[in-house]
Write a protein that binds this ligand. Structure first.
Ligand SMILES: [Zn+2]
Length: 83
């Protein structure tokens, strides 16, 4: 319990000192599964489906963070159709 907390704090410190990541982007992952469901995971907690969709739509059409302008890396999970 305690060590997990310390680990998270260290991760945060690394994020803060490692760059100019904005609060919206830090520790945030956008995951889209093969059915097109959007999942946003922030600080290892999953946002609700509605919050995830809103988060994602705010960054459309280019997947760009409205707060800092960085482009987000999307992670697609599952088997999608071949392109
Ligand atoms: Zn950002």
């Amino acid at each position: 319990m305690v060590s997990a907390l310390i680990e998270r704090r260290l991760e945060r410190l690394e994020q803060v000192s490692g760059g100019d990541e904005c609060p919206r982007c830090a520790n945030t992952q956008v995951i889209i599964d093969c059915s097109g469901n959007i999942n946003v995971v922030k600080d290892q907690a999953r946002l609700t489906a509605e919050a995830s969709r809103r988060f994602y739509e705010e960054e459309q059409p280019h997947g760009q963070c409205p707060a800092c302008g960085n482009f987000r890396h999307k992670v697609v999970v599952g088997w999608g159709p071949r392109q």
